[in-house]
Design a protein around this ligand. Structure first.
Ligand code: C2E
Ligand code: MG
Ligand code: MG
Ligand code: MG
Length: 277
C-alpha cells in the first residue's frame, strides 16, 4: 500500500512540475514579444539623503500582460534570465530610464538594476555608452545596481567589467547587500560608489538585536571604506530613526515613497521635476 501511495505522490509531483514548466514556457514566449508590443513599463521609487533631500529614483520594471494583468519583475526577470530574453529587456530598461531622467529639470540620479546575465555580457559598456549617447544624459547621473552574486562568480572579470563602466563615468551600487555570499573583506577590491542594505535587515530592525548588529556592522564597514550606505525597504518611522541614529546616509522605502509612474503623477511634487516645455 505504501508503495502504491508513493507512486501516486510521484505522479502528482511530476504533473506539478510539468505544469510549472509549461507555464514558464508560455511566459517566456509572451515575454519575447512584450518588449516590441510595448507591454513593459517602468515605475520609479525615490531615494533620499538623510537630510531629507531627494537624490535619485530607482527604475523598476513591470509587465502589463494582456491577459494576466501586471506582473512584477520577481516573476519574469528570472524566467528571462534563464531563457536569454533578458538582454532585450535590460537594454530597453536602460534606454527608457535614461530618456526619462534626461527630461527631469533637476539633475537627479537614475538607478537602474543590472541583471547578472546582463553584467556578464561582453559588451555591457557599449550598451551603456549607447544609452548615454542617445538620451544625452550625463554619465554621472546614472547608477547601475548590481548584486553580490556577479562579484563572486569571477572576481577578475567582474573587476574588469566594473572598471570599464567606471571609465564611462557612471556610478555603481551594490544592491541587496547581505543576502549573498560575499565576504566583507573583498568589497574594497571593487570600484563601488554605494552599498544598499537589503530590505530583509531593515524589516527586522527594532524587532531583533541581530539585525541591528548587522546594520551597524555594514554601515561601519562601508564608512571605513569611504562608501555611503543606502537602506532599502524602510516602512516605519521606527526603522527610519534607528537608521538615522546608526549613521545611514540614504533612504528608500514605502515610508518615503512607493514606486510609481512619474508621468501619472501629475499634481504632486514629483511632476515639478519634469520640464514644462
Ligand atoms: P530591488 O532592486 O532590490 O528593488 C527593491 C524592491 O523592493 C522593489 O520590488 C520595490 O518595489 C520593493 N520595495 C521598495 N520599498 C519597499 C518597502 O518599503 N517595502 C516593501 N515591502 N517593498 C519595497 P520590485 O519592483 O518588485 O522589484 C523586485 C526586484 O526585481 C528588484 O529588487 C530587482 O532585483 C528586480 N528588478 C526590478 N526592476 C528590474 C529591471 O529593470 N531589471 C532587472 N534586471 N531587474 C529588475
Ligand atoms: Mg535595485
Ligand atoms: Mg535592492
Ligand atoms: Mg532587494
Amino acid at each position: 500500500r505504501a508503495k502504491h501511495e508513493g507512486r501516486g505522490a510521484i505522479r502528482l509531483f511530476t504533473s506539478a512540475m510539468d505544469k510549472q514548466l509549461r507555464e514558464r514556457r508560455a511566459l517566456d514566449h509572451d515575454l519575447r514579444a512584450a518588449v516590441e508590443r510595448g507591454e513593459l513599463f517602468l515605475e520609479y521609487q525615490p531615494q533620499q539623503h538623510r537630510d531629507g533631500t531627494l537624490k535619485a529614483y530607482e527604475a523598476l520594471v513591470r509587465w502589463r500582460h494582456p491577459l494576466r494583468g501586471i506582473i512584477p519583475p520577481g516573476e519574469f526577470i528570472p524566467v528571462a534570465e534563464q531563457s536569454g530574453s533578458i538582454a532585450q529587456i535590460d537594454d530597453w530598461v536602460l534606454m527608457e530610464a535614461c530618456r526619462e531622467a534626461a527630461s527631469w529639470t533637476e539633475p537627479l540620479r537614475i538607478a537602474v538594476n543590472v541583471s547578472a546575465a546582463q553584467f556578464r555580457r561582453e559588451n555591457l559598456d557599449a550598451h551603456v555608452r549607447k544609452a548615454l549617447r542617445e538620451s544625452g544624459l550625463a554619465p554621472s547621473r546614472v547608477e547601475l545596481e548590481i548584486t553580490e552574486g556577479v562579484l563572486i562568480e569571477d572576481i577578475a572579470r567582474a573587476k574588469n567589467t566594473m572598471q570599464s563602466l567606471k571609465a564611462l563615468g557612471v556610478q555603481i551600487a551594490l544592491d541587496d547587500f547581505g543576502t549573498g555570499y560575499s565576504s566583507l573583506s573583498y568589497l574594497e577590491a571593487f570600484p563601488l560608489d554605494r552599498i544598499k542594505i537589503d530590505r530583509s535587515f531593515v524589516m527586522a530592525l527594532g524587532q531583533s538585536d541581530r539585525s541591528l548588529a548587522i546594520v551597524r556592522a555594514v554601515i561601519g564597514l562601508a564608512h571605513g571604506l569611504g562608501l555611503p550606505v543606502l537602506a532599502e525597504g524602510i516602512e516605519t518611522d521606527a526603522q527610519m530613526s534607528l537608521l538615522l541614529k546608526e549613521g545611514c546616509d540614504e533612504m528608500q522605502g514605502y515610508l518615503i515613497g512607493r514606486p510609481r509612474s512619474l508621468l501619472a503623477a501629475k499634481d504632486d511634487k514629483e511632476s515639478r521635476l519634469r520640464a514644462v516645455s
